[in-house]
Ligand binder design. Structure first.
Ligand code: SAH
Length: 235
């Protein structure tokens, strides 16, 4: 394993990768080895002539469940080193920017993508797999969730977004939503860029943006707002 941020993805659909991660700045960073992506086909560990990976749910019910032994074999074949082992799952803790920052600062991640009804509970326990959710909705598989997690983490790796981009002022970094952005033209369909932004007074601009951030967060995300208000304030 190289020293750059290393992702290993376990999936039944390896052809889906790198997909969107191969484009734009993340794709460039991938070619430049600022991060690496190894994709493993879970079906390589499937059983029998048909390389079966799933079976009917114990106790009955619809759909199929990914077998614990197959998933464990796929996991055990990975040289994990100290990387966190994550199953993308709607039952996990929802991913947030704090977790993304912690992941980006680490050595990488091993990401297990579920399909069907999900994964046999016993492998989650036996391999102490952390479950991470993209949000309170159900996807058809873990692949897009894994891509979202990798994209969020990789863009924080120094050098990936280039010098001009700052990730310090973004939404969530301060616990607040980001202020709105404006650019040319000065007048769009009768809506001018706010005067303060073109006046050149940097203190006033910072104040305006802070106010915008606060009022947006208060109205759109009362959950973030109350956490922000409870957080210790810098002196
Ligand atoms: N029956 C499961 C849903 C299975 S969806 C349940 O109700 O909890 C199939 C796969 O899609 C899951 O194994 C998981 O890997 C992925 N998936 C679905 N929703 C997700 C979400 N919100 N976050 C991350 N992964 C998700």
């Amino acid at each position: 394993m190289s020293s750059s941020w290393a992702a290993t993805v376990l999936t039944l659909f390896p052809d889906m990768f790198p997909g969107p991660l191969g484009h734009s700045l993340l794709g460039k960073a991938l070619s430049n080895n600022l991060w690496s992506l190894e994709v493993r086909d879970i079906r390589d560990h499937g059983l029998g002539k048909h390389r079966t990976v799933d079976d009917t749910p114990s106790g009955g019910g619809p759909g199929m469940v990914m077998r614990a032994d197959v998933a464990a074999a796929a996991i055990d074949a990975v040289e994990r080193a100290s990387r966190p082992l994550i199953y993308l799952s709607p039952r996990g803790l929802p991913l947030n920017q704090a977790r993304v920052r912690a992941l980006a600062a680490g050595p990488g991640a091993v990401l297990l993508c579920g399909r069907f009804e999900g994964l046999d509970q016993r492998v989650i326990e036996a391999r102490r797999i952390e479950e991470v959710s993209l949000g309170d909705f159900v996807l058809a598989g873990g692949e897009i969730a894994a891509m979202a997690l990798m994209e969020a983490a990789v863009r924080l790796i120094p050098g990936v977004l280039g010098d001009h981009a700052s990730t310090a002022e973004e939404s969530f970094t301060s616990g607040l939503l980001e202020y709105p952005h404006y650019t040319r033209p000065q007048d769009f369909e009768g809506r001018p860029v706010p005067d303060v932004l073109t006046g050149g007074n940097h203190l006033e601009i910072a104040k305006f943006r802070q106010q915008q951030s606060e009022s947006l967060t208060r109205t759109r995300r009362p959950d973030l707002w109350s956490a922000h208000e409870k957080a210790p304030k810098p002196l």
